[in-house]
Design a protein around this ligand. Structure first.
Ligand code: UDP
Length: 326
């Protein structure tokens, strides 16, 4: 009985795919390769290039492989792009998720795990953010994620399919075995950019804002190693298989690091200085985003094993060196 991983050629989906294969699961990856990287998919997975909204394809995959569990990573994730193209984002993230969910309900899928985001929360709410904290998604990207969460909530009341929503904080780093990593050439994330600067592929790192109301004036985030995030998905799957009810979980370590903390970490790892440029704030960036991960620790027994900035940075640089995306 295989597990379907949509977006399994992408950054997080490919890590979860490897983690599933590592423990002997049969994995079917469905990815349209619009941003994914085929080389990041584990060799033992069945790879299907196609669209999550292609219901005849999805329906036949679900039936052919007797799939009971779906992990849904496919989607668009670039916040400024979503502001410029809201309809494209609602199409990709909401309309196509709806089609996938419908195909899953139709084929009797029992478990559905969905990638959501910390940006569904009101960033002005008190930190750290617990799952029940008020929501105020600002970007079309964040709204598209919350809409899909709501869709799943409604579906789980009407149909036997149970789900888990995982709200990711700042995911970083790469597979400790070097099999996959962040491959998008357009990545804008801090640790990815810092790794590119460390290798001399980008001349300098911009610090977006030095006047935030934080200890050192730079933005604070809760960076989580992608390997710990992958482990959270496996625990969510195990819990659903064991009969757990639908639930929402934060995925973060519950501690904040500033942009300057990250820069110091990179400098420690490379044993040298990083070229940085203090720049203006990036529009829409909240000062602080930190998770309260108590629920996932308590309910799923999730225990971080890679909660170490230097390890995160080292794995990101190792991947960047291996995978030259420029
Ligand atoms: N950031 C930065 N320089 C960069 C990229 C990001 O100073 O080149 C800052 C950004 O303003 C935020 C933090 O780093 O405070 C994390 O940003 P990232 O884009 O990694 O993730 P986000 O929190 O926006 O999803």
């Amino acid at each position: 009985m295989a597990v379907l991983v949509t977006g399994g050629a992408g950054y997080i989906g490919s890590h979860v795919g490897h983690a599933l294969l590592d423990r002997g699961e049969q994995v079917v990856v469905l990815d349209n390769l619009s941003t994914g990287n085929r080389a990041c998919v584990g060799e033992d997975a069945v790879f299907v290039e196609g669209d999550i909204a292609d219901d005849s394809l999805v329906g036949s995959l679900l039936r052919h492989h007797a799939i009971r569990s779906v992990l849904h990573f496919a989607g668009s994730i670039v916040v400024p792009e979503s502001v410029a193209d809201p309809l494209g984002y609602y199409e990709n993230n909401v309309v196509r998720s709806r089609a996938l969910i419908q195909a899953c309900v139709g084929a009797g899928v029992e478990h559905f795990i969905f990638s959501s985001t910390a940006t569904v929360y009101d960033a002005e709410a008190p930190q750290p953010l617990a799952e029940d904290e008020r929501k105020a998604p600002i970007s079309p990207y964040a709204r598209s994620k919350l809409m899909t969460e709501w869709m799943l909530e409604d579906v789980s009341r009407a149909h036997p399919m149970r789900h888990m929503v995982l709200r990711y904080f700042n995911v970083a780093g790469a597979d400790p075995q070097g099999r996959t990593g962040q491959s998008s050439p357009r990545a804008t994330h801090l640790i990815k950019r810092a790794a590119q600067v460390a290798l001399g592929r980008v001349p300098q790192l911009d610090i977006f804002g030095t006047d935030y109301p934080t200890a050192d004036g730079t933005g604070v985030r809760d960076y989580i190693h992608v390997a710990d995030l992958a482990a959270a998905h496996l625990l969510a799957l195990d819990a659903l298989r064991a009969g757990a009810p639908s639930a929402v979980y934060n995925c973060g370590y519950g501690r904040g690091l500033s942009v300057r903390d990250v820069i110091s970490g990179v400098e420690r790892v490379i044993g040298g200085r990083l070229a940085v440029l203090e720049s203006a704030r990036r529009p829409g960036d909240p000062p602080v985003l930190i998770s309260d991960p108590s629920r996932i620790k308590r309910a799923l027994g999730w225990t971080p094993r890679h909660d170490d900035l230097d390890e995160i940075v080292r794995s990101a640089i190792d991947w960047e060196r291996r995978f030259n995306t420029g």
